[in-house]
Design a protein around this ligand. Structure first.
Ligand code: MN
Ligand code: MN
Length: 310
């Protein structure tokens, strides 16, 4: 959940002059004589010590901001930041899910979302694929039609069917910043089966913290604007419904990880998602992310080293 933000301190701010001004305000309350004496001393001091030299660049102080997003309760896996200088690890927090966007790849690094029964309703799929207008204006905005004739589907990270409580929530999943080019057999095969499995867990009284993304490359589409990942991965932390979720993760908490080739040749529509399971530690080493970083390290070490077998 740690994100770095910049606090800009104006370079021409002069603490000395502020102190002088404050002192004068106090002195003037007492006597004019004392006021003139103090003024003389202060002006002399100001000449001797002077103001600090103006900085060429504003001073930048790094602070640690805490995200309030329910989707990042278990951590921000790449330390994504909501700043244009983090163009390939750009944090986009929305009510429905959170994205670390990669401008140069034209797809997310990861998308995080919390799934519990409050997100599930009966709103039908809106199919409102559209560019994300909240991206910085001068960045390439992936279009609704950018995947046309590429041979790849517009594959959701946060699935449409995980956000069916309101029209607005469902429509948010169709932003192109929630998509990656996905092979049809993967997208409509084991990937979709795992999505359904997750919603079934929720219907059985669980709540989930999910991260998904695509890593690697097998070329680009849309004139090089969009990288086609070679693999799609997803990790799911499973809890019983409850409160204070981050404090309820233990060494026996169920973690599911999968890594699927983004390929019609290497996957089949009929494949079971369970065949693609892998431990979270392996996904971390393949992606370079620290998943579930808000969970105590000693607990991560145990649950991330186990491959789910239920
Ligand atoms: Mn680990
Ligand atoms: Mn981790």
């Amino acid at each position: 959940m740690a994100a770095h933000v910049s606090l800009i301190i104006p370079a021409d701010f002069c603490i000395y002059w502020s102190l002088i001004y404050l002192t004068l305000l106090v002195e003037v309350q007492f006597s004019m004589k004392s006021f003139i004496q103090t003024l003389t001393i202060l002006i002399t001091a100001a000449f001797i010590f002077g103001c600090p030299p103006k900085h060429e660049e504003p001073l930048t102080v790094s602070l640690v901001a805490t995200s309030k997003s329910e989707h990042l309760v278990m951590g921000n896996p790449s330390g994504a930041v909501d700043s244009v200088s983090y163009s390939n690890n750009y944090l986009m927090e929305m009510p429905q899910y959170v994205v670390s966007y990669n401008r140069d790849r034209g797809i997310p690094n990861w998308v995080a979302w919390h799934l519990n029964n409050t997100w599930l309703g009966s709103v039908p799929r809106k199919d409102t694929f559209r560019p994300d207008s909240t991206l910085p204006e001068n960045w390439y905005h992936v279009k609704k039609t950018s995947y046309n004739r590429s041979g790849y589907a517009r594959g959701h990270h946060c699935p449409s069917a995980d956000r069916t409580n309101t029209v607005e929530d469902n429509s948010a999943t169709f932003l192109m910043t929630n998509m990656m080019p996905q092979a049809a057999n993967n997208n409509s095969g084991p990937w979709e089966k795992l999505e359904k499995y997750c919603r079934n867990l929720v219907k059985q009284g669980k709540e989930l913290y999910i991260y998904a993304g695509g890593y690697g490359s097998q070329g680009t589409i849309d004139n090089g604007h969009i990288t086609v990942p070679s693999h799609t991965w997803k990790v799911i932390l499973v809890l019983d419904n409850g409160d204070n979720d981050s404090s309820r993760v233990t060494t026996t908490t169920r973690l599911i990880g999968v890594d699927m080739p983004n390929s019609n040749d290497q996957t089949s529509r009929t494949d079971d998602w369970k065949n693609y399971r892998i431990c979270v530690d392996s996904i971390e080493s393949r992606t370079g992310f620290d998943l579930f970083s808000n969970v105590p390290v000693s607990i991560q070490a145990v649950i991330e080293s186990v491959t789910d077998s239920l």
